[in-house]
Design a protein around this ligand. Structure first.
Ligand code: PT1
Length: 276
């Protein structure tokens, strides 16, 4: 399986690590140290050297409780970073945004994947990506980041995530986005309590029914903190463990803060698999 991301192609017969570069001043786990242009480029460069084949750039925090930012603020934060990384590095640039104007401007300067935690639900989002060659990640969430953790409820979380994604795929295809451009994400930590997250993780393989690539983001999230009773800066080992388990369950793209540690785990996994 292959995924076209603008001018680049990802070979999905092997796993891909997507390095997170937050360009928010309040970034939940890197303390917002990388909000200047050169710092973002440096961070991305080091991630690419360590093996990341995608860099995910986000200018709006979507962690639980986070407020939305204005379109202009998001444009100012994200687009110059996308342009700079596109000019300097050989990597697929993913843009973590729900804002149509940010999608449009990012695509013009070299974005290869639009990663929208709101699954292109904002007015004009489908139109913004439709006529590009970029891939699109559709993710499961209920409600909005600011309030999504207020008593989320499911009868069967995996079935409901599957139904939601089926609906989003159909909506996108009907409106002119080719199915081959889509990537799916269960949305760990988005309107889900610990029990929901663990059950969804366990049964993630069910989402392969769509025969579309799966992207998983669990890096440093509170589900790890809740099981291990650890703060965000103590979640590296748990993050790597879950990333490897996601890969075992067929996830092709792993969205992580810690590229080197994740790559080490994947390399060991592959070394064992390649043995006779
Ligand atoms: C994700 C994701 C994302 N996560 C995709 N994009 C975030 N495609 C941002 C917590 O529980 O999983 N997939 N973009 C970050 N969001 C969260 C959510 C961060 C929950 C932290 C938590 O701690």
């Amino acid at each position: 399986m292959q995924l076209k991301c603008g001018q680049r192609v990802l070979d999905l017969s092997r796993p891909h690590v997507m390095g997170i570069v937050n360009v928010t001043p309040d970034s939940f786990s890197d303390g917002g140290q990388y909000n200047s242009l050169d710092a973002a480029l440096k961070r991305a460069e080091s991630m690419v050297q360590l093996g990341a084949t995608l860099i995910d750039i986000g200018g709006e925090s979507t962690r639980p409780g986070a407020d939305e930012v204005s379109e202009q603020v998001e444009l100012d934060r994200v687009v110059p970073v996308v342009e700079k990384i596109a000019k300097n590095l050989d990597v697929v640039i993913s843009v973590d945004t729900s804002t149509p104007a940010v999608m449009c401007e990012s695509l013009k300067v070299g974005a290869g994947l639009i990663n929208d935690v709101r699954s292109l639900s904002r007015e004009g989002a489908i139109e913004a990506v439709k006529d590009s060659l970029a891939a699109v990640c559709l993710m499961h969430m209920q409600g909005e980041p600011r309030t999504m953790q207020n008593a989320p409820h499911y009868e069967n979380v995996t079935n409901e995530v599957e139904d939601f994604l089926r609906h989003q795929i159909e909506r996108c295809v009907e409106q002119g986005i080719q199915r081959e451009r889509l990537v799916l994400d269960p949305g760990f930590g988005f309107a889900k309590n610990l029990e929901h997250n663990l059950s969804l993780f366990k049964h993630m393989q069910q989402l392969h029914s769509f025969k579309l690539p799966l992207l998983v983001g669990v890096s440093r999230k509170s589900m790890i903190g809740q099981v291990l009773n650890k703060t965000t800066d103590q979640r590296l080992i748990g993050s790597v463990a879950l990333a490897l388990m996601a890969f075992e369950r067929g996830a092709q793209i792993l969205r992580v803060h810690d590229v080197e540690a994740t790559m080490d785990a994947l390399k060991l996994f592959n070394a064992v698999q390649a043995a006779v």
